[in-house]
Design a protein around this ligand. Structure first.
Ligand code: ADP
Ligand code: MG
Ligand code: MG
Length: 898
């Protein structure tokens, strides 16, 4: 028979999958001898069985009986007995914490009979009735599903009747009367008595907690936070201890050290004469732990000793819930404390300085995602802008602009030079143009996987979604009415929305990664921020020293290259050359396409040569001494020609006026000829190079001549030539022969020896599958995971992300966009196969990746595992990639990835 119930002394902290976070940590604290009230955990396995079968496993009730009897025997009390009753709490607790989403019921076991026993046992009549009142209310609301409002109204009415200001002013008799009223509310709304059998209360509460996993709000929360529905929750049943037994009792929460800096010290809140939920509910002002020290030094010392034990044990900052019952300390919960991005770095380095953890461990405890958050521009917090409302931070960044309500306004304001914030109830595919022109997006509905969120993240546009207080029909938040044109500011990280202009500043961490340690430290506002900059520096430097993956940048221009180099790029993994065919140079491209014969085409290409040579000279000079991978032209030629519709109209109008322009007419014919139904799968990449004679040759010649020029000036240029969209070894061979011919010509003409790596992108499934043969023709591979994702899934990115991805994320076909995080099972399998079979032909084959995934934390861990040599990403993501490559090297094997 499977086992579903575990006593606290049977489990341990690494069993979070089975026992949930709360249960696993309660077990751990019990195991190391900290004072935890006895209890047991019903595993999340039982919840999964409940979801699968529609009912709890049959043996469960029996297992609960055994565990409950053991608790009863240990304490010498019986659940809900008329004399000296045992009461328990029934608490939810999933693997990942879902604050406020699921239910907890305290004081289970109180009945008309046992309430008197509790009064006798405690010698406190008022306390007993107060506990019973809490139970009927909590049980009524969460287990019996009664609207909680009538309970609150009855309480208020009773307070008013006796002139009580707060709950604590109510006497035992007041509370007894209130319990009668509460029981009557249960009777009338449920048509049944409040259960007077303690065991029935317990069983119903357990069912309810399992049921709370599947409530609408819990499901919504999980979808927003990308927590899988299948995890299920565990249920913890635990003997009650009472913080509401008078002035020598109380309850509180504490951190084992300063949660923002990691500095040693005790931080927390304490509320005398209260039960757990009172602290969170904020019904009275809390005291500090120093106050507790003054009131009850013995309990305080015990608390500090327990915190130290926990910290030595977990070797990390922990947060805890505790209760003091008549001078006796109990620990009710602990976990490795949640922290902000900045705190994560500071705490980790602080623990290293105290020699509690190693630098490797510290590196494993911070994430690239956190570093990314520290790099975004920030609102100047000192500006004191008024907070308008709050939503979910769906796509990070800081955006300030005028409110616009539709695409037309967004485009109009942006073209007029203003910044626009698109404000919508929610967005759909029609809003795409507006989202593209806006500086930020704000919606009233939707979570982190809504259309607005997904698309904004894809575009790197700042977005706040699900700002529920926002009424879009007349754009108002509570009483504040806003108009199109009014300025608001969005913080896409915190979800805050401010009214009016808020100044934006570079974060000190960004100054550090872009300009060095001194600049970062100089721009820090206080010691705390300086400590943060130092912490990032320590961990990033350590990551550099342990990582095996090299980090390169995707950069097209010398400016981008310099920026990337300053951030630590060790080369360029992808320089796209398409910009070299735009602007003024379009007319040369037009001539290449329109060329009547070989001579005319060569002349047009020759005109491009000096322009491209100058581009490459700049780029290679900026990357002096570092490998620079230059990709030959990839997009279809018609992308450089005028738009078909516009040109047709121009020609038609000219004809009407009787002023036919020969050039335009020929151009129109060419545009029609080169028009493609599906350009992504059409004449582009290597296909173009093999179809338009001389096109790749002129690019290669420009690279070669730039190299010669720089060498003569005493520089060390290191170009690498990359061929896009290769699908067969023969394609690669043809390009290679031509490339080597051009290099040999330039070498002969200049007397320089010109040998440079010639490799290809692997971005078609066929290329990955025939990598062994392609590798005989290629000196290196670079996985183009954007196109490889498109061609593996058959997704056209521009079409699918805005249209059905939100639905696919909702229904679980996708848990994350495969364009954001590499689809390890599908696309990743092709990458792995490509590396393995390529290296079987050529063991020293250099393999890299140059899709956007090169800057994505989870994907980087995958690339490390399959043995790539480098990742290449946008200059902005370089520090994130360095950090994650380091983490991948120290965390292989654990699931401490992201
Ligand atoms: P949450 O996850 O919302 O914090 P918990 O299950 O931790 O919910 O419980 C809610 C409150 O009740 C907490 O303050 C907790 O410390 C308190 N509590 C839970 N179990 C007991 C118990 N056995 N005795 C006393 N207080 C308890
Ligand atoms: Mg809790
Ligand atoms: Mg591509």
């Amino acid at each position: 028979m499977p086992k579903y119930v575990y006593r606290f002394d049977e489990g341990r902290k690494d069993q979070r999958d089975l026992l949930g976070g709360k249960g696993a940590n309660l077990a751990e604290m019990t195991r190391i001898g900290l004072p935890v009230p006895p209890g047991f955990t019903i595993s999340s396995e039982a919840c999964r069985a409940y979801m699968r079968d529609g009912h709890l496993p049959p043996g469960l009730r029996v297992e609960v009986t055994t565990a409950l009897r053991q608790v009863e025997d240990a304490l010498g009390r019986r659940l809900g007995a008329p004399r000296d009753p045992l009461l328990v709490s029934v608490r939810s607790g999933a693997k990942v914490s879902m604050p406020g989403m699921m239910d907890t019921v305290l004081n289970v076991g109180l009945t008309d009979a046992s309430v008197q026993g509790l009064a006798d046992m405690s010698g406190d009549e008022r306390f007993a009735w107060d506990s019973y009142r809490r139970l009927v209310q909590m049980f009524g609301a969460t287990v019996l599903g009664i609207d909680p409002r009538p309970f609150g109204e009855a309480l208020d009415a009773r307070k008013a009747a006796v002139g009580a200001v707060s709950d604590v002013d109510l006497t035992a008799d007041d509370l007894r009367g209130l319990v009668d009223e509460y029981l009557q509310i249960v009777r009338t709304t449920c048509g049944r008595e409040f259960p007077q059998d303690p065991r029935e209360q317990l069983d119903l509460a357990i069912d309810a907690v399992f049921g709370s996993w599947d409530t609408e709000r819990a499901r919504l929360y999980r979808r927003r936070e990308r927590i899988p529905d299948r995890l299920g929750t565990a249920v913890n049943v635990m003997a009650m201890v009472f913080g509401n037994l008078g002035a020598d009792s109380g309850t509180g929460v504490a951190f084992t050290r300063d949660p923002s800096s990691g500095h040693a010290g005790a931080y927390g809140d304490y509320l005398p004469n209260a039960q757990g939920e009172d602290v969170v509910a904020g019904i009275r002002n809390t005291l500090t732990l120093d106050d507790l020290h003054a009131r009850d030094p013995a309990s305080y010392d015990e608390l500090l000793a327990a915190m130290r034990r926990l910290e030595t044990h977990y070797r990390d900052l922990c947060d805890i819930e505790f209760t003091i019952e008549r001078g006796r300390l109990w620990l009710l919960q602990t976990r490795v404390g949640k922290r902000t991005a900045g705190a994560a770095f500071r705490v980790a380095v602080q623990l290293v300085d105290e020699h509690l953890i190693t630098l490797d461990e510290a590196l494993a405890r911070v994430t690239g995602e956190q570093l990314g958050r520290l790099l975004f521009p920030q609102f100047d917090r000192t500006a004191g802008a008024p907070l308008l409302t709050r939503g979910l931070g769906a796509s990070p960044g800081a955006a300030v602009g005028e409110i616009v309500l539709d695409n037309a306004q967004a485009i109009e304001r942006t073209q007029a030079g203003a910044q626009a914030i698109l404000v919508r109830r929610e967005t759909n595919a029609d809003d795409l143009v507006g989202m593209i022109s806006a500086a930020g997006i704000l919606t009233a509905r939707g979570g982190k996987t809504s259309h607005a969120a997904v698309v904004a993240r894809g575009m790197g546009r700042c977005a706040v979604v699900g700002a529920e207080a926002l009424d879009v029909d007349e754009v108002r938040v509570d009483d504040a009415v806003l108009r199109p044109g009014d300025v608001i500011a969005l913080d896409g990280t915190t979800g805050e929305v401010f009214r009016g202009e808020v100044p934006v500043v570079d974060s000190p961490v960004l100054r550090y990664v872009a300009e060095g340690l001194d600049a970062g430290l100089r721009s820090a506002a206080d010691d705390g921020v300086r400590e943060l900059v130092h912490a990032v520096h320590r961990l990033l430097t350590h990551a550099d020293s342990v990582r095996r993956l090299r980090v390169r940048a995707n950069a097209d221009t010398a400016d981008d290259a310099r920026r990337a180099r300053a951030r630590g790029a060790e080369g360029i993994g992808l320089c796209r050359t398409e910009h070299q065919f735009l602007g003024e140079r379009r007319r040369h491209v037009e001539q290449v396409v329109l060329a009547g014969g070989e001579d005319e085409r060569q002349a047009a290409l020759a005109a491009l040569l000096p322009l491209q040579r100058a581009d490459f000279t700049d780029l290679l000079e900026a990357m002096d001494g570092l490998p620079t991978t230059i990709r030959l032209l990839d997009p279809p030629l018609h992308e450089f020609l005028p738009n078909l519709t516009e040109l047709s109209v121009r020609v038609a109008l000219a004809e009407q006026r009787g002023q036919v322009d020969e050039h335009d007419v020929r151009l129109l014919a060419a545009v029609r000829r080169t028009h493609e139904q599906n350009p992504m799968l059409g004449l582009r990449g290597v296909r173009l190079g093999l179809t338009v004679p001389g096109l790749f040759a002129v690019q290669v010649r420009a690279i070669a001549e730039a190299t010669v020029e720089l060498r003569r000036a005493g520089r060390d240029p290191r170009p690498e030539i990359m061929v896009p969209l290769v699908g067969s070894a023969r394609e690669m061979q043809l390009v290679r022969v031509e490339t080597e011919r051009v290099l040999a010509e330039v070498a002969a003409g200049s007397g320089e020896r010109l040998r440079m790596p010639i490799g290809c992108m692997i971005e078609l499934p066929r290329a990955a599958l025939t990598a062994q043969r392609i590798a005989t023709q290629a000196d290196f591979f670079s996985f183009g995971t954007n196109d490889l994702t498109q061609t593996t899934w058959g997704f056209s990115r521009d079409d699918v992300e805005g249209s059905f991805f939100p639905a696919y994320l909702d229904n679980g076909v996708l848990t994350v966009s495969p364009f954001e995080t590499l689809d390890a099972d599908g696309v990743g399998a092709l990458v792995r196969a490509g590396v393995e079979s390529g290296r079987s032909a050529r063991p020293d084959l250099h393999c890299g990746v140059c899709g956007e995934h090169g800057g994505d934390p989870e994907s980087i861990h995958f690339f490390h595992q399959v043995g790539l040599d480098d990742v290449s990403c946008s200059p902005f993501r370089i520090p994130v990639a360095r950090l994650e490559a380091g983490r991948a090297a120290v965390t292989v094997g654990d699931d401490a990835t992201v």
